[in-house]
Unconditional design. Structure first.
Lengths: 322, 322
């Protein structure tokens, strides 16, 4: 996997863009060099290896397309969410401005399609179809996320569908692109897609859990950050679904306070989670998705030793320090 | 041409999009039903007919891709330019909000690529390449336009390159897509592209001229609108290039006033244009581009009777009431 990651990083970081207009291309260069683990494009290469593809040069354009698409969505999402930081660095709309973030994001989305066009033409209709399907779903997920922010309540199916669209379909799609370009049939493509989507769902639940229960020393963000801003995570949505009428008043009181005026907001919320065994429910659902992912991998018709790398990666992603 | 326009309008207005999330798909439905002449997608069909293609069903996806792309750029440009109206109707960011305009524009760009993917797969690498090339150039043009707004001066080559990118390459590209899908060779593709680009440049110059010299009864907008807001049109850029040092002070004075405090701003500017024969220069350059367009059409290796429709269209576009 390190070898593939190296390939991807090199391909991304040596991407050439025109010098001018600098307000269009500098933000693209900037976001692409902010780093990150490049998990999504690595998945594309790993899926290709899984299906016996040796020529990584044939897969690199699709991997770049996946990473370009992901970074396009980061630029626009950060703008829409008014986020000041991305990977510890100033976001594009903060470093430049909103218009430049809109347009350089647009440009990066076009560049994603430009990259995928370089794939083996035999597979072009199939790869384009998957990229566009995933891209529309990611847009739908972001729209739902924004719609739900202003809602008082959210059902669990609504929440799970939103995170599936916003974060999981791209993991599935990244893998499926690698499968398509290695000649895998549609049944095998679906299995590897499902593996990725389920890993993505488990990962997102883990993210929700870690925000409340992560080790302050190893968790990158402030523990309890989601609670402080009333973010509708699995934990909060689940709590709202099972809470008694009496405690609902307590919960509403907590949601109506800010951390500045009520320093015990996080611990009080954790007490409610404890009372209703919310973490247990989250761990259980995370395990169900993880299990499903492994079953899909199990069902894949390739030699077991080729499955190893993706299983190790999934394991690393899903057993982070808690 | 009316027949092709009817085909395009029907194809666009019967496009199906999912019902939800409504904040993602309603703005897409809205912008696509605002009407307009649909010149760009009609050009795609006309280019196909020019090269002898009979099966318009094979060209419709490319025509839709062109119109979807154009409408994506309208949504984002209107947001960036803070425009309240588009074709007399409320713009997307005004009717909904900025975030919804960003995301529905993104979705429409993805839909453009989804449409082009439905073209004859033999030509898919070529059509994708043209769509992405044109799309990046349109982004570059919009960025230059924004960059130039805050600049004091602008050279004529800078201005002409900006309008070429922002408005003309899409006309050329729309035609080239039709040519590709009809099996035209690269030389013929280039000729029809050049025809479109030159028509586009002539049309943009005409737009600049009409703003100052249009007939108030037939010109859709307020005559002198560009002058009132100091918009850097061909006329102003040309004037700045040739004006004497003495008159430069007069011009700067005019630029520093607003139409509210100086009702004679438009007539005073027209007097300067008159003194330096700016309209003559604009008409001359428009004629040069028009002439070039006709030469490209002349050089095309297809029977003359098939060229008629596009020549009539170009003529109609370029001899508007002044």
């Amino acid at each position: 996997m390190q070898h593939l990651q190296q390939l991807v990083i090199e391909a991304i970081e040596t991407s050439q863009f025109p010098e001018t207009p600098s307000n269009l291309y500098d933000p693209i260069r900037y976001i692409l060099t902010l780093g990150g683990k490049r998990v999504r494009p690595v998945l594309t290469l790993m899926a290709a290896e899984l299906f016996g593809m040796q020529e990584m040069d044939e897969i690199i354009p699709a991997a770049k397309a996946v990473e370009f698409f992901h970074n396009f969505s980061l630029i626009h999402d950060d703008l829409m969410d008014k986020a000041p930081l991305r990977r510890g660095k100033t976001t594009v709309h903060e470093k430049w401005d909103a218009n430049i973030a809109i347009l350089s994001g647009d440009g990066l989305l076009v560049k994603a399609y430009e990259e995928i066009s370089k794939c083996n033409p035999i597979y072009l209709p199939a790869t384009l179809k998957i990229l566009s399907k995933v891209a529309m779903e990611v847009c739908e997920g972001q729209q739902l996320d924004m719609d739900y922010e202003s809602r008082d309540s959210l059902t669990m199916p609504e929440y799970l569908e939103m995170i599936r669209l916003k974060t999981s379909v791209l993991l599935g799609g990244a893998l499926q692109l690698g499968a398509i370009l290695s000649g895998a049939d549609e049944q095998q493509q679906q299995l590897i897609y499902d593996f990725g989507e389920n890993v993505g769902l488990a990962f997102q639940l883990q993210d929700d859990i870690l925000d409340a229960y992560g080790d302050p020393d190893t968790f990158g963000k402030i523990v309890g950050g989601d609670i402080m801003i009333n973010k509708k995570t699995f934990l909060l949505v689940k709590l709202m679904a099972v809470i008694s009428d009496d405690d609902k008043t307590v919960l509403q009181g907590l949601l109506d306070t800010s951390i500045e005026t009520a320093p015990s907001k996080v611990t009080d919320m954790l007490a409610l989670y404890e009372k209703y065994e919310i973490k247990i429910a989250a761990d259980e659902l995370k395990d169900i998705y993880t299990q499903r992912a492994f079953e899909k991998m199990e069902a894949l018709n390739v030699p077991n030793d080729r499955k190893e790398a993706l299983l190790v990666l999934a394991n690393n992603l899903l057993v982070r320090q808690q």
